[in-house]
Design a protein around this ligand. Structure first.
Ligand code: SF4
Length: 260
């Protein structure tokens, strides 16, 4: 990671909200239909995009929760995608009829939709994400492609699918989605998940992550031990803090951020 802000290649992650129409049993954000929304809001997102551009961030990712629950998500994505590569993580399942039309209205070449797909077959996906979700997800991917969206896929590797990842690749290739648009991440022991890799500042490369309550080390967790800043702005302070921690790690030390 470059320390020179003019060469910065940071990715910025924005938690738009925490509620979701699903209740995946491995959700690191502990999202369900019932949890508090904790919406970040358009104004904060626009200020974040502006500052990310000043700091030479290379891409912005919107995540949640399910971002397309929000009525103002289109305004956020429009502002971002007009200025920088923008990816929004989604189940894809809500994107039909009015929501799909609204998204089509703001789509441009900078906008990508990253759909979660954990199986080439239903049982490998539905094991953690809920019965019937694989079928709806595959239908959603096809619908988004038919409407000319750039679709990426993200897979969480779990005990249910780890021996069958090739089936997901066969499926996405059959849909015309290439390897460079398929991301696989390990299951993390955070949030609702009692299985998976341990995540900490010392073990995971930072990708600056913002929610309405502050700045965090990585999108895999917005728990307190991953907090970088108690305030969102200025984002440059959080970037400086992360860079200082990277220096400590490079010298063999343990990252530790204290708040006064
Ligand atoms: S993993 Fe994603 S889709 Fe599943 S409950 Fe969490 S936010 Fe929703």
């Amino acid at each position: 990671m470059s320390k020179n802000s003019t060469e910065n290649k940071w990715k910025l992650w924005i938690y738009t909200n925490y509620d979701c129409h699903l209740r995946c049993s491995y959700c690191v954000a502990e999202s369900t239909p019932e949890v508090e929304r904790r919406a970040i809001g358009v104004e904060t997102v626009q200020q974040l995009v502006d500052e990310a551009l000043e700091l030479n961030f290379c891409e912005i990712f919107f995540t949640g929760g399910e971002p397309f629950i929000l009525d103002d998500i289109y305004e956020m994505l429009d502002y971002s995608a007009q200025r920088i590569h923008t990816t929004v993580l989604t189940t894809g399942m809500l994107l039909k009829r009015r929501r799909l039309e609204r998204l089509k209205g703001i789509s441009n070449g900078n906008l990508r939709l990253q759909v979660s797909l954990d199986g080439g077959r239903a049982k490998h996906h539905d094991a953690y994400r809920g019965a019937g979700t694989w079928k709806q997800t595959v239908e959603s991917i096809k619908r988004l492609q038919e409407n000319n969206f750039h679709v990426r896929l993200s897979t969480t590797e779990t005990p249910a699918n780890s021996d069958h990842l090739h089936e997901i690749c066969e499926l996405h290739l059959s849909l015309g989605i290439q390897e460079e648009d398929h991301f696989i991440r390990p299951l993390a022991r955070r949030g609702f998940s009692s299985q998976g890799i341990e995540v900490s500042m010392a073990t995971i490369t930072p990708e600056i992550t913002v929610n309405r309550e502050g700045v965090f080390w990585h999108p895999l967790s917005t728990d307190e031990d991953m907090r970088v800043s108690k305030t969102v702005f200025p984002l440059s302070d959080a970037v400086k803090c992360v860079q200082e921690q990277l220096d400590i790690i490079a010298e063999g030390g343990t990252p530790r951020i204290t708040f006064t």
